[in-house]
Design a protein around this ligand. Structure first.
Ligand code: NAD
Length: 252
C-alpha cells in the first residue's frame, strides 16, 4: 500500500491508459482524483474503483482551458488538502493527414489539448508542490515525442513539446524535491488506438504497424500504467527528466 496517504490526480482517466492507471494507484491505497472532459467515463472509473474498495472522486476538466485547470487544482486542494502525484495524461490524436493536408483545426485542437494542456497542468501542479515541499509528476507523451510519425504532424509536434517540457521542468525543480518524467508508449489498445478502426483508414494498416514493433504486438494499457506507477514510487526516487519509451523495442 505504497500510496496509502497520497493524493493522486490523473487527467484523461475516464478511459484507456489513464483509467487503468487510476485502478493501479487505488489498489495501492491512493486517493485518486479522476479528471476528464468526459463526465460519463470519469464517473465510471470512480464507480469501478469504489466498488473495489478504493478511494476516488471525479472532477470535470477541459485541460485545454486554463481557467478549467485552475478550477481543477483548486478543487483538489479544497477537497483533499494536498496534491502529491499528478499524471498529465489527457490527450487527443487528431485527424490523420500528411503535413500539407493537415487542417488548422486539427493543429489548433491537438496542440491545445496535448501541449498547452500539459503546460497548464504542470504550471499549477508545480506551484502547489512547491508549497508542500515535494511532488511527483508523470506526463504521457508517446513514441511520437521521440521520432517522426507520418500522417500525425500535430500529434508528433505536441508530444515532442511534452518531452521538452518534461526535461526542462525536471531540471528546474529537481532541487525542490519535485521529480518529473514522461512515458512514451507505442501503439496501445485503447479507444484512441482501436486496431479495427485503424484498418478502416487503410486495409492492413494495423498489421503493418504491429509488424513495425520488434516484439510484434501492440502494448496493453496496463503495461503503460505499471511504468507510470513505478515512476511515482520510491523505487524510482533518483529518476527525473526522462522520457521512457514503452515500445516493444521500436525506438531502439
Ligand atoms: N493509445 C495509444 O496508442 C497511445 C500511444 C502513445 C501515447 N498515448 C497517449 O496516452 C494518453 C491517453 O490516451 P489513451 O490511449 O488512453 O486514449 P483514450 O482516448 O482512451 O483516453 C484519453 C482521455 O483523455 C480525455 N480527454 C481528451 N481531451 C481532453 C480534454 N481537453 N480535457 C480533459 N480530458 C480530455 C478523453 O476524454 C479520454 O478519457 C494520451 O495522451 C495519448 O496521446 C496513447
Amino acid at each position: 500500500m505504497e500510496f496509502e496517504d497520497k493524493v493522486i490526480l490523473i487527467t484523461g482517466s475516464g478511459s484507456g491508459i489513464g483509467q487503468v492507471t487510476a485502478h493501479l494507484f487505488a489498489k495501492e491505497g491512493g486517493t485518486v482524483v479522476v479528471a476528464d472532459i468526459n463526465e460519463k467515463g470519469g464517473h465510471e472509473t470512480v464507480k469501478q474503483i469504489t466498488a473495489a474498495g478504493g478511494k476516488s472522486s471525479f472532477i470535470n476538466v477541459d485541460v485545454a482551458d486554463y481557467a478549467s485547470v485552475e478550477n481543477l487544482i483548486n478543487k483538489v486542494i479544497q477537497q483533499f488538502g494536498r496534491l502529491d502525484i499528478a499524471v498529465n495524461n489527457a490527450g487527443v490524436l487528431g485527424d490523420l493527414a500528411r503535413t500539407a493536408e493537415t487542417s488548422l483545426d486539427t493543429w489548433n485542437k491537438v496542440m491545445a489539448v496535448n501541449a498547452s494542456g500539459v503546460f497548464y497542468c504542470l504550471k499549477l501542479e508545480i506551484q502547489q508542490m512547491l508549497k508542500q515541499g515535494a511532488g511527483i509528476i508523470v506526463n504521457t507523451a508517446s513514441i511520437a515525442g521521440l521520432r517522426g510519425l507520418p500522417n500525425n504532424l500535430a500529434y508528433t509536434a505536441s508530444k515532442h513539446a511534452v518531452v521538452g517540457m518534461t526535461k526542462t521542468a525536471a531540471m528546474e525543480y529537481a532541487r525542490y524535491h519535485i521529480r518529473i518524467n514522461a512515458v512514451c508508449p507505442v501503439f496501445t489498445t485503447t479507444p484512441m488506438f482501436d486496431p479495427k478502426a485503424i484498418n478502416q483508414i487503410s486495409a492492413g494498416l494495423s498489421d503493418k504497424l504491429k509488424a513495425s514493433v520488434p516484439m510484434k504486438r501492440f502494448a496493453n494499457p496496463v503495461e503503460i500504467a505499471h511504468t507510470i506507477v513505478w515512476l511515482c514510487s520510491e523505487k524510482a526516487s533518483f529518476i527525473t527528466g526522462h522520457a521512457i519509451p514503452i515500445d516493444g523495442g521500436l525506438t531502439a
